[in-house]
Every structure is written in structure tokens, then in C-alpha cells.
Design a protein around this ligand. Structure first.
Ligand code: TYM
Length: 337
């Protein structure tokens, strides 16, 4: 990081510490984060402030945040190349989140599908943070003047919102924010549940068979793929009316790099049984080294905490520059120091 090339474009992304990452998080986001480290200045963080919008036992949240940080490292995010930190350790995020909330309209926040989804699933906890979540996320991105934001397809609307808010701010107060672009993987941007392939694979799914966790053991992975919901045609092909098989093909394609036509040829005349074993084995082989690295990392908590500390310090230094500029543009009186 010390020698980061300032000519390189800036990448920023985050993930919530709400449970072990799923195969969806991995294929839709984190795997690409790792690949981008050579060509971009990358900033990646654990979005613990965002996770406050849902109820998690505090002890569990603490544990999951540490685990999520270790998981990023285990997935190949290298602190020598990328800046990695925990969102709440960098105070500028909460401060910028408030400024962005005040630039967000009730109407536009009401249209966010994630807000509608989450509030209908959890009517007992429709907190204000859930509603203003996109403003905090916009602040995360704009603080670092990010060029690209690699995310899965479910975050598209939040990115559009970020661009809208940045455009409006620049227009009202003078040029301040770079307009970020989404960066979606060609394959794996939307990995669906193995039990209900019309909804996305999610950490919060209550059915454990629906979700592959990136720390699942090989036998568990194979078993979950074996019981994945498909259809009765027994033909491996990618079609809208075959969401189960198509989802398995997306997963297989994302890991092997093979396209849909090649996969159809490879499994022509074979039943779903063979295909499911092949997909399961490919996933298990991909995740095995991550699981092993993760175990080693969790055995050295001191080293993890030291990395968190240095990441947060560097991030705060960068973020504060934009925060100060933004406060000035809004007419906040600078504090005398
Ligand atoms: P989160 O924690 O829900 O998910 C992290 C990343 O994983 C992607 N993802 C998926 N991709 C493909 N298929 C799936 N089934 C799947 N499930 C999740 C998500 O698109 C995401 O890229 N709001 C964000 C966190 C965040 C953030 C940010 C991201 C906070 N601030 C600033 C980018 C920039 C979230 O809840 O991600």
C-alpha cells in the first residue's frame, strides 16, 4: 500500500459481517476484489455500521466482524496491495453518512427495493437506519472518490442512488465527488438459492440447504448440491424456465470460465446427477484453500487486530480529506484546532 500508484483507478467495496460469506458473496463480489488488486488502488471494508440495521446479538456481531475480516484475507485480499478496514473504525463514514442523509429525499429512499424487501421480511424492526442505509452507502463510496464499485447485481439500485446524490451535490454546491461506476462480474453477479432458485442466495436464509457457506466442508457442499432444486426435464441447458439448472450453470461457469454452450455440450446426454456432482466438486475444490487459510488466520488474533488498526488509520487519512471538503462546501464552520 505504501507505494500505491496514484495513477491507478480507485476501487471500493464493502461486505456486511452478518454471517459467513456465501458462495454468492464470493462469486458476485469478493473473488473479483481479489483479482482487481494488481490493476487498481483497492479499498475494501467490513460494513459493520450497515449491519446495525438488522438485529444481531452484540457478542455475535463482534465475533462475526473479526471473522469477516479474516475471511477477506483468506479469500486472497492482500493487505500489502489493498487497504482493508472495518467501517466503524473509520469515523468519517458515520459523519459522511449523516451529510448524505440530509441530501437524500424521502421519495427516492422509499423506492429502494432492498428497503421494501427487508421491511416486509422484518416488520418488527423497520428502523430509520434501514431506510437511510443507501445514504450511508453513498457516503462510503464518495469518501474515497471511487471510480469503480464491484458488487453483485442486487446492489445496482444503491449505486444508481449514489450517482444521483453525487450529481445533485456537485450541481448544488460545486464539483466535489467523482461519479462512481458499478463493476459487475460477467458470471456470478446473481447466485440464486439452491432451494428456491428464484430468490438470491443469502446469508440470512433460514434453510441451511439453500446456501453454500464459503467455509462449508467438501462433503457438506456435495450434499447441498445433490439436493439442489432443479426440474423434471433432466437436460442441462440454460433457459429462463429452468432457474434451478441455470443457477447451477452460472456457478459452474463462474468458476471454470466455461460458457453456457460449452457446459451444455459437456453434459449432453447426462442426467442432473452427474452435473450436480461436477458442480459440487468444482465448488469444493475452489473453496478448500480458503478454508485452510482462514483456520490459520483465526489462530493469530493479534496479527488480525494489528492489520485492522493500520488499515483504519490509512483509510481515515484518505477519507477525511473528502469529508473536510464536503463539510466546507456545505457551510459547516471549521472547528479551530
Ligand atoms: P452484502 O454484505 O449483502 O453483500 C456483499 C457483496 O456480495 C454480493 N452478493 C451477491 N452476489 C451474487 N449473488 C448473490 N446471491 C449475492 N449476495 C450478495 C453483493 O452484491 C455485494 O457486492 N450494501 C452492501 C455493503 C456495502 C457496500 C458499500 C458495497 C456497504 N457500503 C459500499 C459497496 C460499496 C451489502 O449489503 O452487501
Amino acid at each position: 500500500m505504501e507505494n500505491a500508484n496514484t495513477e491507478k483507478k480507485i476501487i471500493l467495496s464493502g461486505i456486511q459481517p452478518t454471517g459467513t460469506f456465501t458462495l454468492g458473496n464470493y462469486l458476485g463480489a469478493v473473488r473479483n476484489w481479489q483479482k482487481m488488486q494488481e490493476d487498481y488502488n483497492c479499498y475494501y471494508f467490513i460494513a459493520d455500521l450497515h449491519s446495525l440495521t438488522i438485529h444481531i446479538d452484540p457478542a455475535q456481531r463482534k465475533k462475526q466482524t473479526l471473522e469477516a475480516f479474516a475471511l477477506l484475507l483468506a479469500c486472497g485480499i492482500d493487505p500489502e496491495k489493498s487497504l482493508i478496514f472495518v467501517q466503524s473504525h473509520v469515523r468519517s463514514h458515520a459523519e459522511m453518512g449523516w451529510l448524505m442523509s440530509c441530501c437524500s429525499q424521502f421519495g427516492e429512499l422509499s423506492r429502494m427495493t432492498q428497503f421494501k424487501d427487508k421491511s416486509s421480511k422484518h416488520p418488527e424492526n423497520i428502523n430509520a437506519g434501514l431506510f437511510t442505509y443507501p445514504a450511508l452507502m453513498a457516503g462510503d463510496i464518495l469518501l474515497y472518490q471511487a471510480d469503480y464499485v464491484p458488487v453483485g447485481a442486487d446492489q445496482t439500485q444503491h449505486l444508481e442512488f449514489t450517482r444521483d446524490i453525487a450529481t445533485r451535490f456537485n450541481h448544488n454546491y460545486g464539483e466535489n465527488f467523482k461519479l462512481p461506476e458499478g463493476y459487475f462480474p460477467k458470471a456470478g453477479a446473481r447466485v440464486m438459492s439452491l432451494q428456491d432458485p428464484t430468490s438470491k442466495m443469502s446469508k440470512s436464509d433460514t434453510n441451511p440447504k439453500a446456501t453454500i457457506s464459503i467455509l462449508d466442508e467438501e462433503n457438506v457442499i456435495l450434499k447441498k448440491f445433490k439436493s439442489a432444486v432443479t426440474d423434471s426435464e433432466a437436460k442441462v441447458c440454460y433457459r429462463e424456465d429452468k432457474p434451478g439448472v441455470s443457477n447451477l450453470m452460472v456457478i459452474y461457469s463462474a468458476i471454470t470460465g466455461k460458457n453456457m454452450a460449452d457446459i451444455e455440450t459437456e453434459f449432453a446426454g447426462k442426467g442432473y446427477g452427474d452435473f450436480k456432482v461436477a458442480v459440487g466438486q468444482t465448488v469444493a475444490d475452489e473453496l478448500k484453500p480458503i478454508r485452510e487459510r482462514y483456520k490459520d488466520l483465526m489462530n493469530n488474533r493479534k496479527a488480525l487486530e494489528a492489520l485492522m488498526k493500520s488499515g483504519a488509520e490509512k483509510a481515515e487519512y484518505i477519507a477525511r480529506k473528502t469529508l473536510t471538503k464536503t463539510q466546507k462546501k456545505l457551510g459547516l464552520l471549521p472547528a479551530s484546532r
